[in-house]
Ligand binder design. Structure first.
Ligand SMILES: Nc1ncnc2c1ncn2[C@@H]1O[C@H](COP(=O)(O)OP(=O)(O)O)[C@@H](O)[C@H]1O
Ligand SMILES: [Mg+2]
Length: 239
């Protein structure tokens, strides 16, 4: 399987005055196309920083990141931004939807920005269907539940067919019921579209639907388990 995302000895040190924090320490990772990875670990262990480095939102102190063979960790801002726009979709805890536009409108504007003004209505409908939002096409974000808003944010993140979806605690603001629905949809996205996904989560159920579970501590990857290797996997797989 083709490697779609690779990090090599990735390190990020933040300097605040005289204080240095090594947020990410020597992380080397290879992600095959189509894999669904869950990243877990205590608060402050470097999960978000790692995701930002992998997606080109931050530059490493040392080490490299290759996205589909292209280096996103160095070079001119414009080049890195271009790779990010073409290859990466982001989802965060906060939905950041445009409040005055409908669900459909939020997806169309994301398409237009990406495609120089052109739309692909069929794909908008496809993605709304896939994420269970087909009856909410004309609803504005304020008329959607938290879970629906996050599904719409996920729809927007993948509407331009990014090679990689990066999600930072996508269920962090949701109740248990909505979290389950959102996780099921993320799993469906991975299965139906072979979408490569890296998702930071504190949710044990979320870890159970991934193909690989990565544990971080103090900026390092301390353990990795493949699907089926972790305890009670069967219970969680029934999600
Ligand atoms: N922009 C920043 N400036 C200084 N320190 C930061 C910055 N971002 C993160 N950190 C520090 O890096 C460490 C890892 O943070 P983060 O990646 O947000 O952890 P996590 O997402 O696992 O909670 C923490 O000690 C945090 O305080
Ligand atoms: Mg974080």
């Amino acid at each position: 399987m083709k490697t779609i995302l690779e990090s090599i000895a990735l390190t990020k040190i933040f300097k605040t005055g005289k204080i240095e924090v090594t947020a990410v320490r020597d992380v080397s990772l290879k992600v095959p196309e189509g894999e669904f990875i869950a990243i877990m670990g205590p608060s402050g262990c470097g999960k978000s920083t790692l995701l930002h480095l992998l997606g080109g939102l931050a530059t490493p102190t040392s080490g490299r990141v290759l996205v589909d063979g292209e280096e996103i960790s160095s070079g001119k801002d414009a080049v890195r931004t271009d790779i990010r726009r073409r290859k990466i979709g982001f989802v965060f805890q906060r939905f950041n939807l445009l409040p005055t536009l409908s669900a459909q409108g939020n997806l169309e504007i994301a398409q237009e920005i990406h495609r120089n003004g052109s739309r692909d209505r069929q794909h908008v409908d496809e993605i709304l269907n896939l994420l269970g939002l087909e009856k909410k096409t004309h609803h504005k974000p304020s008329e959607l539940s938290g879970g629906e808003q996050q599904r719409l944010a996920i729809a927007r993140a993948v509407i331009n067919r990014p090679a990689i979806l990066l999600a930072d605690e996508p269920t962090g603001n949701l109740d248990t019921r909505n979290s389950m629905v959102v996780l099921k949809m993320i799993q469906e996205l991975n299965r139906a579209l072979s979408q490569t996904i890296l998702m930071i989560t504190h949710n044990p159920e979320a870890a159970g639907i991934a193909n690989r579970l990565i544990e971080m501590r103090d900026g390092r990857i301390v353990s990795q388990q493949q699907e089926g290797e972790w305890n009670a996997a069967e219970d969680r797989m029934s999600l």
